[in-house]
Design a binder for this molecule. Structure first.
Ligand code: UDX
Length: 463
């Protein structure tokens, strides 16, 4: 490789799925790459890019936000062109509109002429479109390697048990397992999920780091015959100016609490709790007698609706907990809360970003997984030792007493000391290792670009 090849700017079009939990790690990867000479186009719908506005001051002008225009579909207005706050019944419509955007995407590639495409797992058509334009494409998966290899294991060997016994679905999660096996036995669905990986040039990028997922990264690499390259934790830095996100009241409240005395309770950017779970969580928080900040979310348009919160929470709950608890509606400055010294636990659904953010700030996890990859991530949290899961009963009912007991154990009781220590240790480890993974990612991407530059039309090299 000559010097020019090393220093030439690589222009990358990044194309994440339309979720906050997806675009955030893409942005964090973009930030790391731009400090190493890359130029990034971050391509997404205006509704998804809106959350980047507040973060604008945290990234350089080498990241350009490019609006993705979806075709109009009846019943799906523009404010729903993002999974954040999307009513669940509209998810299939959003996916349909997204798939129909392939043509516009092709024009965008022709217009911007990037050297490389980085795409998400929900659009196996994107690398095909790029191939038509001789642009190499690499997949970047924002889920854990643990979930990804669990899925590919059952795609390849549906009859064989997963070889690592710590990772499994519980009996009451049989619908998750059934869904996975249905997908494995249905060539159309299975191939659709596999194609994204197969079409990725030489490598697949994945959010995570070897210290906690070593064997799962190696296993998925051997299962799909393509090198999985972890990109590191990619945690978003809390935004410095507290006034911007309207959260200063929460922080003056949190400031008055004791060190590590408060739990943060949140279930991600997409999930809406059932009425039954809301009841058990509220009573569980009450029984635990521990301070809490709880983000309660409703589908877009319903947040802030008069009296909805009061109607949803158990009668008299807010009065009974008084100064001990704070409820935020819709959204919380999560990383800023996790970073705060007085936060001592995170009641989390175990979305992959939340898990890694918690590890990064040394906050032990009280795991309450809901669906998708979350149960598998929760098993990993226990395997690593940074949290304890709140196990439901065989009918999938969450019990307030169990939740309260696990919160107390993780936050204050002697029997939770090992978990607290492991969480603190993990945070130190993450701080000390810096950007190791990114150097490897840069090397891989630059060598891919150089291969491409040397011989104009060798997409066949890639797949
Ligand atoms: C989705 C899936 O639900 C999850 O299972 C998968 O692992 C990733 O995609 P989401 O549910 O949003 O993600 O959870 P998570 O991965 O934890 O990402 C949420 C992100 O939004 C985190 O970065 C978190 O800090 C941020 N967030 C969420 C806030 O800043 N404030 C909030 O109120 C809610």
């Amino acid at each position: 490789m000559d010097a020019d090849e090393n220093t030439a700017i690589t222009r990358v079009l990044m194309f994440p799925w339309l979720g906050y939990g997806h675009i955030t790690p893409y942005l964090e990867l973009a930030k790391k790459l731009t400090t190493r000479g890359f130029f990034i186009y971050l391509y997404s719908t205006p509704a998804t890019l809106r959350c980047m506005k507040q973060k604008r001051k945290t990234f350089s002008h080498s990241i350009k936000l490019v609006p993705l225009l979806l075709p109009n579909l009846r019943g799906l207005s523009r404010r729903f062109y993002t999974t954040n706050g999307l009513p669940p019944n509209l998810m299939p419509k959003l996916k349909e509109a997204f798939d129909l955007s392939a043509k516009g995407f092709s024009y965008m590639l022709a217009f911007l002429k990037p050297d490389l495409l980085i795409y998400d797992f929900l659009q196996p058509w994107a690398p095909m479109v790029a191939k038509e334009r001789n642009i190499p494409a690499v997949e970047f998966i924002t889920s854990s390697s643990t979930m990804t290899c669990f899925m590919f294991h059952y795609f390849k060997n549906p009859e064989e048990k997963f070889p690592y016994s710590e990772i499994y679905f519980r009996d009451y999660e049989s619908s998750n397992m059934r869904r996975l096996l249905d997908c494995a036995s249905n060539p159309k669905e299975r191939d659709m999920a596999s194609e994204g990986v197969e079409r990725s040039c030489n490598i697949v990028l994945i959010k995570g780091f070897r210290d906690i997922e070593d064997k799962y990264i190696d296993y998925v690499t051997s299962l799909v015959g393509k090198k999985f390259v972890p990109v590191g934790p990619l945690v978003q830095e809390p935004i410095a100016d507290e006034k911007d996100d309207g959260s200063s009241e929460i922080f003056s409240w949190l400031e008055k609490k004791e060190k590590k005395s408060t739990v943060f309770v949140s279930f991600g950017s997409e999930y809406f709790l059932t009425k039954e779970d809301i009841d058990e969580i509220a009573h569980g928080l009450e029984l635990s007698k521990i301070n809490f900040i709880w983000v309660v979310r409703f589908p877009k348009g319903e947040n802030g609706r008069n009296g909805l919160l009061q109607k949803t929470l158990p009668k008299g709950f807010l009065e009974r907990v008084g100064e001990r608890g704070k409820i935020l509606q819709g959204w919380a400055p999560q990383t800023k809360i996790l970073r705060h010294d007085n936060t001592g636990g995170f009641v989390s659904h175990c979305g992959w970003n939340s898990v890694i953010e918690s590890m990064n700030f040394g906050v032990p996890i009280i795991a309450v997984p809901m669906h998708l990859d979350q149960p598998i991530n929760a098993r990993l949290v226990e395997e690593v030792g940074v949290g304890i899961e709140v196990v439901r009963d065989r009918n999938r009912k969450l019990h307030r007493e169990t939740l309260a007991a696990v919160i107390k154990q993780v936050v204050m009781e002697d029997c939770g000391e090992a978990v607290r220590q492991k969480a603190a240790f993990m945070s130190e480890k993450l701080k000390s290792k810096g950007d190791q993974e990114i150097e490897e990612v840069v090397k891989e991407l630059v060598s891919l670009r150089n291969l491409e530059t040397r011989a104009k039309s060798r997409i066949s090299l890639c797949y």
